[in-house]
Design a protein around this ligand. Structure first.
Ligand code: ADP
Ligand code: GLC
Length: 483
């Protein structure tokens, strides 16, 4: 069974969030299930730099305004590496930095063409243009790959079935209607049962419309996006397609995230040596300029700084953190206004609130291995990966009751505490008051070391790996390929 996975980011080569983690982890996870997956990603400079020894698998004279090639290689350290196709199209992707944004912070003006090109390339591979890899199923991720099912639908040639995964319904890829012809879509596609979406062209809408199966990255998010409150304008279509919708929880790459071998930690540890986290906590306090106080409850945050993530709620309750004598360490990057607010809070609470504005893989690991608790007050969260890493690293996740955060944390309610199965704290509503209540409850638990230690061990014992999700994807691919 061969599967082509199409998406715009892949860890460790290009990452702005969890999509990259999932794209990067799926091939190895599915190999265990007998599925040979290859990922097709844009040939950004960082991707091409890793494609040493690549072969040209396909050349296209003109792809949206310039020549393009699909390169094949297996970069990466593990045996077998990361089986990759890169779309080398310099006129679209030879741009360093953020994959979506120009240096002025705005979307690249030709993003429609850039990601339509990615989809076109995916369709070529799907239709068998690369003899050595003819997929049985195509798996498209998020809006950037949303036109894959649409192109396949409007094309006469035979093609394999297509799975569309929604990692985040908030990013929909909407572009002006007059691009229809330029994107190579027929006039008939501009219709409510086509790619039309509130007067424009919707890439994600198109994907949801035409995919043979739709998955989203947690069961609870699958329920939320079928409601007007959670559907972000697409809930009607999501409901119409309920028969092909599946919620499959994300896993965590447990070799990249392994506290027993993690070189980014001051000291590695496992469930038997959780006490060693104290050394990591001290290292984290030193690294981030927090007061060296072993007993202070240290909250960590590792996050894109976007409205979705509720960072503003954390900044609102800083007086409570001070009253509890707690500390806060934030690692994040994203929207300028939130970055500014985090910096301002650091200035106001020196030694108590620390922040690093930027994207630092290693520091994200030290926060997971050194902070006592990880705050995830998201307004919505399709799955979320940082609460999975927290549990694996013995940090207590404090999460809002939305999306995948509902599915992946066992709240320290009286029943769970009685049964000694709790792994974290869940709170609702997603307001500053709701978060404050969750934080107070966390402080109470922290003040009870035997209970806290038990929760840490419970979290560390969870299976947050890709083992189960990979089985679910493999089953879905096989069911589709049989039809
Ligand atoms: P999302 O995809 O919405 O950003 P996830 O929780 O699914 O949220 O995934 C976020 C991923 O990005 C995690 O692997 C997290 O550790 C990582 N991450 C987010 N912000 C940063 C940062 N500033 N530095 C390093 N890693 C980050
Ligand atoms: C998105 C979501 C996040 C999810 C990730 C990977 O970026 O915001 O919740 O974990 O994709 O699926």
């Amino acid at each position: 069974m061969r599967v082509l996975s199409v998406g715009s980011e892949i860890y460790p080569l290009v990452k702005t969030g969890g999509l990259a983690d999932v794209m990067g982890a799926l091939p190895a996870a599915l190999a265990v299930e007998g599925v040979a997956m290859r990922a097709l990603v844009p040939g950004y400079p960082a991707v091409l730099a890793a494609m040493t020894g690549a072969e040209v698998a396909l050349s296209v004279a003109d792809l949206f305004g310039g020549p393009a090639r699909i390169l094949a290689a297996d970069p990466g350290a593990e045996p077998g590496g990361l089986p990759l196709f890169a779309l080398d199209a310099p006129h679209l992707f030879a741009r360093p930095g953020n994959p979506y944004l120009a240096p002025n912070g705005m979307d690249w003006p030709d993003n429609a063409q850039r990601f339509a090109a990615l989809c076109r390339a995916g369709v070529l591979v799907a239709q068998g243009a690369i003899g050595g890899f003819v997929p049985d199923v195509v798996h498209a991720h998020d809006w950037q790959a949303g036109l894959v099912p649409a192109y396949l639908h409007y094309d006469e040639r035979a093609a394999p079935p297509c799975v569309m995964t929604v990692h985040n319904l908030a990013y929909q890829g909407q572009f002006p209607a007059d691009l229809l012809g330029a994107l190579g879509l027929p006039a008939a596609a501009y219709a409510i049962d086509g790619v039309e979406y509130y007067g424009s062209i919707g890439f994600l809408k198109a994907g949801l419309q035409f995919a043979d199966a739709i998955t989203t990255v947690s069961p609870h998010y699958a329920v939320e996006i079928a409601t007007p409150g959670g559907g972000m304008g697409l809930d009607g279509l999501v409901r119409a397609r309920a028969g092909v919708m599946h919620g499959i929880l994300n896993g965590l790459d447990t070799s990249a995230w392994n506290p027993a071998t993690d070189a980014a930690l001051a000291v590695p540890f496992d469930a038997r040596s959780v006490a060693a986290r104290a050394t990591n906590k001290a290292a984290l306090q030193a690294r981030m300029g927090l007061d060296q106080r072993p007993g202070a409850l240290l909250f960590g945050v590792v996050s894109r700084l976007a409205g979705q993530k509720g960072i503003d709620l954390i900044l609102e309750i800083l007086p409570l953190l001070a009253a509890l004598d707690a500390q806060l360490a934030v690692l994040g990057s994203g929207e300028a206004a939130i970055e500014r607010d985090v910096r301002a809070a650091m200035g106001r609470w020196p030694g108590r609130v620390a922040g690093v504005i930027g994207f630092e893989e290693r520091l994200s690991h030290l926060i997971q291995g050194g902070a006592d608790a990880i705050l995830v007050p998201s307004r919505f969260e399709p799955c979320g990966l940082t609460q999975l890493a927290a549990q694996r690293y013995g940090a207590i996740p404090v999460v809002s009751l939305v999306g995948g955060l509902v599915d992946t944390v066992i709240d320290a309610n009286p029943v769970a505490l009685g049964a000694a199965v709790a792994t974290g704290v869940q709170f609702g509503p997603v307001t500053a008051d709701g978060l404050a209540a969750g934080v107070r409850r966390t402080a109470d638990l922290f003040a009870n070391p035997p209970v806290w230690r038990r929760m840490q061990r419970n979290g560390m014992a969870l299976d947050v790996s890709w083992a189960q999700p990979a089985k679910q994807y493999a089953r879905l691919y096989r069911a589709l390929a049989l039809n």
